[in-house]
Design a protein around this ligand. Structure first.
Ligand code: FAD
Ligand code: 2HG
Ligand code: ZN
Length: 495
């Protein structure tokens, strides 16, 4: 049986100050404030303290002290997560442990092709370090200037290059993790081959801080791809975007790196709200695709042109704009990557990060739009995503004349989307995780066996339910990890 977590006593806070030093423990409300609300603004909690350990030994010491006192710990990286996993609940009893003082690059090894970094290192720094060694670290997200290695490991982040390189899981060779009881698991091995029983690192990748605190990682580096060919395509339909994938593969081969989708509605939001953004086409089109080939030779440009010629011949593309310079490439990418930020300017939004078998994508879009219109007339579909992976960000904004109506309709809208996803054999969380946002919904769409296995893992690693309680796993009547007061939010998911 688990017992409810306790609030930290003044003695515990004094002990933590001794362990972490004066910079390592924040308790003043103004200092704590940035760590208790998430990027979307949906999840706002309160924390008894924010802990900022400077190294793995300090993480272990802090977690040991909190565990002894029965205090719950919420791990946090760059706080860019989109599922409310990184912020505390509303009880005021939890402490946030943030890795922002652990930003050392421990080793870059060009022979083993690995980079070993602490969990607080920002993703863009890993990319820059790899580039400085003439290599590539391919994980790429719109939030790469602030999200951290610990956060991207813990959410198993995806992004725009998954088509070619896979998710974060595919790039991790080893991890160092502080367990919920404070012990350190040193799995920081650079080995490509290691069949010595269970692959323990996989437990912590995508666990969203519920099984351990990642303190360092050994990551794979890959051959650099300095030549890039990028184009924005105007498309007649989602069907065309799906049909284009094999065409792009045939011509792009292993150099096809990104195949992204954007609806007209999404593009218009970006051109309206993002300074300097403009629609490069003369007239409107229902859909847009952003394709990128990357390699070491200039021939990537020729391959892209061949692919586009084939696409035009098959009537899959209405128009195309090729980037002729790095600045033009950046401008095209801004149209795709800007959507997340600009949707905030249109009132609350409701996020659905779904993945579907790719053959069902067009049918899903055709079916669900009209169903949502029935639920909330005038609801705006801000659809975009990583079409090459079958991953749509099927996000919604409220009607233009009543954007706040989204909040009351949110549960019915989300249910409509998720039921359709489930019926088509998809997943309700492609890349952002469950956190607090999708915890309950996910339990409803998973089999009893899956939910049982997840609870069994949680109970084995964190029997007292002290690490990020209330995230990922729904509480179980009569047992399972304890959950505490829910983080306050203005609705199930409308921000
Ligand atoms: P946080 O938000 O701080 O935490 C995320 C989760 O991981 C929480 O549950 C937290 O408790 C846990 N955690 C954090 N650090 C640790 C640690 N050291 N040990 C254990 N647990 C930890 N995501 C994608 O997958 N693909 C995208 O394309 C993408 N684009 C984005 C674009 C924008 C503009 C934004 C704002 C977000 C985007 N995201 C995307 C979501 C987000 O950036 C990722 O989820 C990222 O992996 C979170 O990293 P973070 O360091 O900010 O983690
Ligand atoms: C993206 O692909 C991100 O742009 C963010 O995953 C999606 O904000 C979102 O819903
Ligand atoms: Zn995404």
């Amino acid at each position: 049986m688990t017992t409810a977590p306790s609030a930290p006593t003044p003695d515990l806070l004094d002990r933590l100050r001794e362990l972490l030093g004066p910079r390592g423990v924040l308790t003043e409300p103004a200092d704590v404030a940035p760590y208790v609300s998430d990027w979307t603004g949906v999840f706002v909690g309160t924390a008894a303290a924010v802990l900022r350990p400077a190294d793995t030994a300090q993480v272990a010491a802090a977690v040991t002290a909190c565990a002894a006192a029965g205090v719950a710990v919420v791990p946090q990286g760059g706080n860019t997560g989109l599922a409310g996993g990184s912020v505390p609940d509303a009880s005021g009893q939890q402490v946030v442990l943030v890795l922002d003082r652990m930003r050392r690059v421990r080793e870059v090894d060009p022979v083993a092709d690995t980079i070993t970094v602490e969990a607080g290192v920002v993703l863009a720094t890993v990319q820059q370090e790899a580039a400085a060694a003439g290599r590539l670290f391919p994980l790429s997200l719109g939030s790469e200037g602030s999200c951290t290695v610990g956060g991207t490991v813990s959410t198993n982040a995806g992004g725009t290059a998954v088509l070619r390189y896979g998710m974060m899981r595919d790039l991790v060779l080893g991890l160092e993790v502080v367990l919920p009881d404070g012990r350190v698991w040193d799995g920081l091995r650079p080995l490509r081959k290691d069949n010595t029983g269970y692959d323990l690192k996989q437990l912590f990748i995508g666990a969203e801080g519920t099984l351990g605190i990642v303190t360092a990682a050994v990551l794979r580096m890959l051959p650099d791809t300095p030549r890039r060919a990028t184009a924005l395509l105007a498309l007649p339909s989602v069907d065309a975007a799906v049909a284009l994938l094999p065409v792009l593969r045939e011509h792009g081969g292993g150099e096809l790196t990104a195949w992204e989708l954007l609806s007209r509605q999404a593009l218009e939001l970006v051109t309206t709200h993002l300074p300097g953004a403009r629609d490069p086409f003369e007239g409107p089109h229902p859909w847009y695709g952003l394709v990128e080939l990357a390699g070491s030779a200039d021939s990537v440009g020729e391959r892209l042109e061949e692919a586009l010629a084939a696409a035009v011949e098959q009537d899959l593309v209405a128009d195309a704009v090729l980037a002729g310079s790095p600045a033009q490439r950046a401008a095209l990418w801004a149209l795709r990557e800007g959507v997340s930020e600009v949707q905030k300017s249109e009132g609350p939004s409701l996020k659905h990060d779904v993945t579907l078998p790719i053959a069902t994508l067009a049918g899903f879009v055709a079916q669900v739009g009209p169903e949502l219109e029935q639920v909330l007339p005038g609801v705006r579909l801000v659809t975009y995503g990583h079409v090459g992976d079958g991953n749509l960000h099927y996000n919604l904004s409220g009607p233009v004349d009543d954007p706040l109506a989204l909040r009351a309709a949110a549960p019915a809208l989300t249910r409509t989307v998720y039921d359709a996803v489930a019926a088509l054999g998809g997943s309700i969380s492609a890349e952002h995780g469950l956190g607090a946002l999708k915890r309950d919904a996910a339990a409803g769409y998973k089999s009893e066996v899956e939910v049982d296995l997840m609870h069994a893992l949680k109970a084995a690693l964190d029997p007292r339910g002290l690490l990020n309680p209330g995230k990922v796993l729904a509480p179980r009547p009569g047992g399972g990890p304890a959950t505490t007061a829910t983080t306050s939010s203005r609705g199930p998911s409308a921000s």
